[in-house]
Write a protein that binds this ligand. Structure first.
Ligand SMILES: [Zn+2]
Length: 443
């Protein structure tokens, strides 16, 4: 009898444990509005410390130090966002239309966090996520602050959209959107950063190169390209504009840039390589080609019988520290063998037929299907592809595309897409004062 009682107690405790652990697995996604109220700086008479000490902080107010300029800090009022209405009120306006464009982008980031597709993604979260929306609109385009614009750029860098690899938290600053006209960008940026928090593949030091910056048209490393491709793929499935934008870059005539391995942030013209002259290894290290690879597979194969996006399902099934594109593709093919031929052709098309048969088999996994494809590869699909890509002279349309995208990427130099770096690391990414001449804020 005593034993039975003991058993019941154990059973009771076990049930309690199960209940509490299920609860613990519902990870939070919380958003905060951070209004940058004041810029604090040391001067000839008082150090930054003295200035900070002389400030009296009201409720919800905090001091955040600049990571770029050690003589700068911000007084910020932070409130948890409970509704769009409250967020707009905290921004000091009655309606969305009264906001600045950069504030509208922050509202759109919040809206994105509330949509069903993010709710669905939340089931794949493996940690809580705190999102800080930094509003620096009071200082944007304010020439009285600093006519050279340097302080504004420091601010932009301090609050540049990013997802922290270690904590899984996100920050999105309004300054990033100050010169953009499309406030919907805020939505894509949120989707991008939130997708990063779901990815378990390890951050590798130096994977973005010396400048810790990555560009859509840059050849970085396979891991960086994989991580960015996942985030960009998520943007693509949410936005047709993004699909157009990225598809335009992932083409044979796109010039891809390579950072100098001795001078951070230095991209020499002569180091650029046209995609069609790049190696398979180089294309696998470009985020835009990899994002497009995932998207093209999604586009041609759709959802599975459970209504799940097949590409995402393969990503989550392989999600782990050492994950890579080949793992995801192999998982996809295992789950959806009927799509094998389509996927093989998309890989060859996107990688411009650059893989050798051996590399191809390593990438997709060796089995009856892939061996049969490879047997005919050089006579069949690949022969046609090579003919199209390399023998015929470039069509007028391709030449036009090449020129357009080139211009676009050169202009892009100051608007790199969000960079992700480890907690506590200095972000010195996109502040490029003049054409790729290195960075004055390098730590
Ligand atoms: Zn990213």
């Amino acid at each position: 009898m005593k034993n039975i009682k003991f058993l019941f107690i154990i059973l009771f405790l076990f049930t309690l444990f199960c209940f509490s652990s299920t609860k613990a697995f519902a990870f939070e996604l919380e958003l905060y509005y951070d209004k940058v109220e004041e810029l604090l700086q040391g001067n000839a008479n008082s150090s930054l410390e003295d200035v900070i000490n002389s400030i009296s902080l009201g409720p919800d107010e905090v001091i955040v130090r600049s990571k770029v300029d050690h003589n700068m800090a911000y007084k910020i009022k932070e409130v948890k966002i409970t509704s769009e209405e409250q967020l707009i009120k905290d921004m000091g306006e009655d309606s969305y239309n009264d906001l600045t464009n950069s504030q509208k982008a922050l509202v759109n980031a919040y809206r994105a966090s509330q949509q069903q597709s993010v709710e669905d993604r939340k089931s794949h979260a493996y940690r809580d996520c705190k999102v800080n929306l930094y509003d620096t609109s009071d200082f944007e385009g304010n020439n009285d602050l600093d006519p050279t614009g340097l302080k504004q750029r420091i601010m932009e860098t301090d609050f540049w959209p990013a997802s922290y690899a270690k904590s899984g938290d996100i920050r999105i600053g309004s300054a990033h959107f100050a010169n953009q006209t499309n406030a919907e960008e805020g939505k894509s940026i949120f989707i991008h950063e939130y997708s990063h928090t779901l990815d378990k593949s390890a951050y590798i030091d130096g994977m973005y190169g010396l400048d810790k910056v990555h560009y859509l048209d840059e050849i970085t490393t396979e891991r960086a390209a994989f991580k960015e491709a996942w985030a960009e793929y998520n943007e693509m499935i949410e936005s047709k504009d993004r699909v157009k934008e990225y598809e335009k870059i992932a083409r044979k005539n796109q010039l891809l840039k390579i950072e100098s391995d001795t001078i951070g942030g230095y991209y020499r013209k002569e180091d650029k390589v046209k995609a069609k002259n790049a190696s398979a290894e180089q294309l696998l290290a470009n985020e835009c080609f990899m994002a497009t690879l995932l998207y093209r597979i999604h586009e041609k194969t759709g959802n599975n019988s459970k209504g799940e996006d097949k590409v995402s399902a393969a990503f989550y099934a392989t999600n782990g520290e050492d994950n890579n594109m080949s793992n995801v593709i192999k998982q996809f093919l295992k789950d959806n063998p009927e799509d094998a031929k389509v996927v093989y052709e998309i890989i060859d098309k996107t990688l411009l037929g650059k893989m050798t048969d051996k590399e191809f088999l390593d990438f997709v996994g060796e089995n009856e299907d892939s061996l049969a494809y490879v047997e005919n590869r050089n006579k069949g699909f690949l022969a046609k592809l090579k003919d199209k890509y390399f023998k015929k002279s470039d069509s007028k349309k391709d030449k036009e595309t090449a020129n357009n995208t080139l211009q676009e990427s050169e202009e892009d130099a100051t608007t790199a897409i969000p960079v992700d770096y480890e907690d506590g690391k200095i972000s010195s990414e996109k502040v490029q004062l003049n054409n790729n001449s290195g960075n004055p804020f390098e730590d």
